[in-house]
Design a protein around this ligand. Sequence first.
Ligand SMILES: [Zn+2]
Length: 83
Amino acid sequence: MDFVENNLDPAVEINRELMAKQIIAQSDKYQICEGCSSIVTREACICPNCHSYQFDTDLINIKMQAQILAKKVPSSVTAQDLL
Ligand SMILES: [Zn+2]
């Protein structure tokens, strides 16, 4: 799960905490993909990440998910992670 960054302002992209704040402040403009738990904008009909078309639009869930993602350290998946 992650923020789907190509849907967000590129200036905000570098700062996950700022991105989370933006999502929390405007959670009615976002939704959570039920396929991969990414946060995408409401305009997205299909998740750009996993192509799922089911979304959770619950504002409380969106705020919670944004907080989780803000704390998550960005890292790439290595073979070690899959063990
Ligand atoms: Zn997805």
